[in-house]
Design a protein around this ligand. Sequence first.
Ligand code: SAM
Length: 301
Amino acid sequence: MRSDLVQTHIERNRETKCLSEAYTEHRDRIMQLIASTATDLADDTGRKCSSIVLLGGGNCLDVDLPAVAELFEVIHLVDLDESALDSVVNAHPDHANQLRIHSPADIAEPLLSLVNGDFLPEEDNREHCVRVLQALSSENGIADVPEADVVVSLCVLSQMIGSLNALIGEDHPTFVNALKALRVGHLRRMLSLLRPGGVAIFVSDIVSSDTAEQLMTATTEQMPELVKTLVAEKNFFSGTNPSVILAELNVLSRLATGPDTVHTIDPWKWNMGERVYAVYAFRIQKKMPVGDEPATDVAND
Ligand SMILES: C[S@@+](CC[C@H](N)C(=O)[O-])C[C@H]1O[C@@H](n2cnc3c(N)ncnc32)[C@H](O)[C@@H]1O
């Protein structure tokens, strides 16, 4: 992986390490989603679910790790930032035997190993560029993580798009196609990490108070309407429009291993100290093999 691209994320993790208290509402919302999903998936015996994968675990401020450890036997933490995950393990000695660290790992592999030249659309590079986009959109990216009951993407999409931006910039002729490849690859990788019937919780930041000051004072109740307005005004981070992602999930639902149902979760606020983000989520349940469960179309509510 390229140290310049990786370093940006490691530095951000160092800067945000002290924000545990500010993250409270964000963490509570994510934990509600994880806990209700674990309850839905638990069998009648009330046994714990076997495993959960946290993509972009970082400092793990956006989850309550001891509470997650109550719900799942094994917790897989995946991130490029090995030192952040090591600190998490050291801070939770009582749960160390349940934690599995996959780091340094590029969730969007090969993204963090690419160079600008890989994306040139010129005749003599076209075939290579197409292969790079295929690799980004492929479902085979995250090695050594076994199939899990639940996979959570912790605001990683915007970070990966940030890396793409650092690599080639938004004005590059291949940027839009590379972004689409990266995003669909992320959704496919979440699904491929799930056991049949498992649930992916895709959480994404969509806009910050840097461009939408209203977020500073908005109440939780005002968030759905506010985010709808901001999206209509095209005031959101590139590649994070929920309607577009929902349409991509709909396409993936045609696959035998695609989503069975997708529920949209109302947006909430993520307080990052002097900046506030709007965050939304999708709860995506993977299909059971044909014959086990009737297949249904993606439902959005
Ligand atoms: C928004 S942070 C998530 C917050 C984190 N869960 C916490 O509480 O500190 C996104 C995380 O994704 C990681 N990340 C970004 N791009 C990545 C990539 N391509 N592969 C693996 N991890 C990545 C960053 O290192 C960071 O820890």
